[in-house]
Design a protein around this ligand. Structure first.
Ligand code: FES
Length: 868
């Protein structure tokens, strides 16, 4: 606190006379700027003076994480002017004499903070105070997509200011090979690099800037080798990750296509672009040796502290019991910090261990984007047989995902995609073949939905293709083919508690679909160059890790004699509200206020072998583990409680303590009845499904390809939500992230389609060239409802998982855009099916709206190039 009122600001500024000192006013406090700060940005200065609420998100003015308000007095108008500026771009000297309000200073002295304002006090990894002898690390990265390393010359780096060391593969004390499933990736590339951005070395220096400068001076000589830079090239060359071929079969597809039962058969191809995670907090870790290197401790921004512990133990050759990773909270993860973060911790730990000094590694946004992998791009090739009435009879589908240069989680991602390739549709005969492509790109990885959205997008494409063939509305064809209670899915799972019909029906009423259609037709009839479109999209998302052993969770509950409770569980708080939900479980178990329960951090020395916070399952898993621990403690307390001599929980606890009752318990939970056998291709990979549906209406400008989303209406079945406010926030956030994937965010890689980019390099490695959703992309009308009167008896408090399921609903915007494009094409006499790749960026929308201008340059089926 400490900001000034406007009157005070104007008075102060007017009264200020040049004193010969350079000053700024930060949150109302006058600060004299010492000499020698000319190189600093305002952001660096604010963080250096202990105001970490202003964050470094991108460093290029595109993310807004560093926004502050600047006020200055205009001598001409005699008025104070206020601006929101990006502190990452503002040189410190440019705000000399001005008033800066940071997030810590929002509000005013009279009224204090608004209840919904954040204070900026929450500490993230980069905000953690470092020990005085901490070294800062920067990565030496490969600049070639595929090449043999001939030599590494560090002579210039060694004479760089502040240089403290360079670490390469030869310096690794333990194993250099690592990976979450298969150890097929080197922490430091030794002889051959297999993608641009692969770690070759790590430089440590006294400051972050000096470390970067020294790393840039490491000169590597390469001999280039041929590179595979797309799914198509990989398929042609047979470049696949070993043992990554999968197949799921139901019925007999071949026979059905030959039998003549299908009135129509269509074929097509769907390309689905990748997506950058763009978590606000970049990959960060602080590693330090303890007890002369007998132990290693770290604080990391990760969804999986246990993976950091494992990777670091492996690379240092230490037992896991001597390595501790702690995570208090992270500024977003979305899957990008499930596995890919661990390799950076491992690299930093080598320097910390060898030098016996703390080492901090925080990636700049461009480095983060070009090295850490993204959502997998996919290619789907389909053949669908159906009747003239619109009933699907057979689906033959080939799916490929772009795994990148290491295995990472690409096979489980592909498997989940194959499970979700039916979306919500009942298909009597299915064959899905899948394979993970090896390409010379950074390893693609987990991302909200884990392959499910890509497969559902392919499904929504072929069902729309069917509808166009039949000249019927896609919504009609979808409804006609919905799965129902008792449907047997193409991997053998029996559908139970299926609520897709209720969700869909409620949405249809809520969005008034028939009226919306009439209004859109009316608008389109009266506008030649602007068109509106609508779409409804359903989703069914399987909840559980498809690898059975991962469906386990541990928790530690400690009750103190003042009646307060400390909970530690294996899940990580990344802004999704997990700790709040888990604390609610503990509070309701002990029947105490939520304020009596505290969750401090996630730590590998409190709860061992934790499963990553992923697969939307953490509330289910850790909520149940905490419940188990609470119930154990309650059972131990029961003999004392039954005497009825206490007036409060604190009194009861104290009485138990005096009777020598153990007030700490480890809770454990495993998800029952799940498992899948890839040999038979049958099983029950999911404990249950979360259902949802979304309606979207958009308006496009057919001459520029610009669009905006007018309305979005979402209905989801979340059972009895533990915390509706959190869940609705998750739905809104998931939808917007899905909208970004489907219609805004395009990754452009140096590949055959983009020869102007150096091979294997990422062009779009910052928000200046990579369009993330912003406030202007929020639908003008945005409504979210939870299906009422439903429960989920399988899960704690009858709730349902929410993290990933809403993501795919963002594709409703893509299909609404396509609907609007169809109206534009109809004006030119084109009524047939046309492909629209995702993301549906303005370039794609414009070129799909064929008219006399586009026809001069391209065919009516022109597809702008996409990195896939
Ligand atoms: S850090 Fe300044 S806008 Fe992203």
């Amino acid at each position: 606190m400490g900001s000034l009122t406007r009157a005070e600001e104007e008075e102060t500024a007017a009264a200020e006379e040049w004193s010969g000192e350079a000053v700024v006013y930060v949150n109302g406090v006058r600060r004299v700027l010492p000499d020698g700060l000319a190189h600093l940005t305002l952001l660096q200065y604010l963080r250096d003076i202990g105001l970490p609420g202003t964050k470094l998100g991108c460093g290029e003015g595109g993310c807004g994480a560093c926004t502050v308000m600047v006020s200055c007095y205009d001598q001409t108008t005699k008025k104070t002017q206020h601006f929101a500026i990006n502190a990452c771009l503002a040189p410190l000297y440019s705000v000399e004499g001005m008033h800066i309000i940071t997030v810590e200073g929002i509000g005013n002295r009279q009224r204090g903070l608004h209840p919904i304002q954040v204070t900026g006090e929450a500490e993230y990894t980069d905000d953690t105070p470092t020990p005085p002898n901490t070294l800062h690390a920067a990565l030496v990265l490969s600049t070639k997509a595929h090449a043999r390393i001939l030599s590494i010359d560090a002579s210039l780096a060694k004479s760089s200011p502040g240089f403290a060391g360079l670490f390469l593969s030869k310096d690794v004390p333990g194993a250099n090979h690592t990976g979450p499933v298969i150890h097929d990736e080197e922490v430091f590339a030794s002889d051959v690099v297999t993608c641009v951005g692969q770690i070759v070395g790590l430089v440590v220096a006294d400051t972050h800037d000096n470390a970067k400068a020294a790393a840039n001076k490491v000169n590597i000589e390469y001999s280039e080798l041929p590179a595979i830079l797309s799914i198509e090239e990989a398929v042609k060359a047979g470049s696949f990750h070993p043992n990554s071929k999968r197949c799921l079969v139901k019925g007999n597809v071949e026979q059905y296509f030959l039998s003549g039962a299908c009135d129509r058969i269509i074929e097509g191809e769907v390309q689905v672009g990748g997506q950058e995670h763009f978590y606000m907090e970049p990959q960060s870790t602080l590693v330090w040796p303890v007890d002369s290197g007998n132990e290693i401790h770290m604080i990391s921004s990760t969804q999986a502290p246990q993976k950091h512990q494992k990777y670091v133990a492996n690379v240092l050759g230490l037992p896991q019991s001597r390595v501790v990773c702690k995570t208090k909270r992270i500024g977003g993860g979305f899957g990008g910090k499930e596995t890919r973060s661990a390799i950076f911790a491992a690299a930093a730990s080598v320097a910390a261990y060898c030098l016996r000094q703390p080492v901090k590694l925080v990636l700049d946004r461009d480095i983060d984007m070009m090295t850490t992998g993204q959502r997998h791009s996919f290619l789907g090739k389909y053949k669908v047989g159906f009747t003239n009435d619109g009933k699907i009879l057979a689906l033959d589908l080939d799916v490929y995902n772009n795994g990148g240069h290491s295995h990472d989680l690409s096979l489980p991602v592909l498997e989940r995609a194959m499970f979700h390739s039916d979306n919500v549709y009942d298909i009597p005969n299915v064959r899905v073949n899948g394979q993970v492509c090896f390409t010379n790109f950074p390893s693609n990885t987990a991302f909200r939905g884990f392959g499910g959205p890509q497969a559902m997008l392919i499904a929504e494409n072929w069902i729309q293709h069917m509808a166009t063939e039949l000249k019927r509305s896609p919504e009609e064809i979808k409804e006609l083919n919905f799965q129902s209670e008792g449907s047997v899915l193409h991997y053998g799972q029996l559908l139970q508690n299926c609520t897709i019909h209720s969700v869909w029906d409620e949405l249809k009423v809520s969005c008034n679909f028939m009226e919306a259609r009439k209004a859109v037709i009316d608008f389109n009839n009266n506008n030649r160059w602007r068109k509106r479109g609508i779409a409804m999209v359903p989703t069914k998302f399987g909840i559980s890790f498809t690898t059975k052993f991962m469906n386990q969770a541990g928790a530690l509950v400690q009750v103190y004699t003042d009646g307060t409770v400390l909970v530690t569980h294996g899940g990580v708080e990344m802004g999704q509200g997990l700790h709040t939900k888990v604390a609610q479980v503990a509070a309701s178990s002990f029947n105490i206020p939520l304020s009596s329960v505290f969750i401090s951090e996630t730590s590998t020395d409190k709860v061992p072998n934790a499963t990553p916070t992923a697969a939307s399952a953490s509330s289910d898993l850790y909520g149940a583990a905490v419940l188990d621990a609470c119930q154990q403690i309650m059972a131990r307390m029961e003999p004392v409680a039954s005497r009825g001599n206490h007036k409060s929980f604190a009194e009861l606890v104290l009485a138990c303590y005096l009777e020598r009752i153990d007030l700490s318990a480890h809770g454990f939970y495993i998800t029952p009845d799940v498992g899948f056998d890839w040999v038979s291709g049958k099983g029950t990979p999911f404990y249950y499904f979360t259902y949802g549906a979304a309606f979207a209406e958009v308006e496009i400008d057919t001459l520029t390809g610009d669009f905006h989303t007018r309305t979005v209406d979402i209905v989801m079945d979340l059972g009895c939500s533990i915390n509706p406010a959190i869940d609705i926030g998750q739905i809104e956030g998931g939808f917007i992230q899905g909208l970004g994937w489907a219609a805004l965010e395009e990754l452009k890689w140096g590949d055959d389609n983009h020869k102007w980019i150096r091979p294997g390099h990422l062009f779009t490695c910052g928000p200046g060239s990579y369009k993330i959703p912003s406030v202007n992309d929020i639908p003008l009308n945005f409504k979210v409802s939870l299906l009422k009167g439903v429960s989920n008896p399988k899960v704690i408090h009858s709730s349902k998982a929410v993290g990933e399921p809403p993501f795919f609903l963002g594709s409703a915007v893509l299909f609404a855009i396509k609907d609007a494009i169809s109206a534009a094409r109809a004006e030119e006499g084109h009524f047939e099916w046309f492909p629209l790749d995702s993301p549906a960026t303005p370039e794609r929308i414009r070129m799909a709206c064929v008219d006399s201008i586009t026809k001069k340059f391209a065919s009516v089926y022109y597809r702008p190039k996409l990195s896939v």
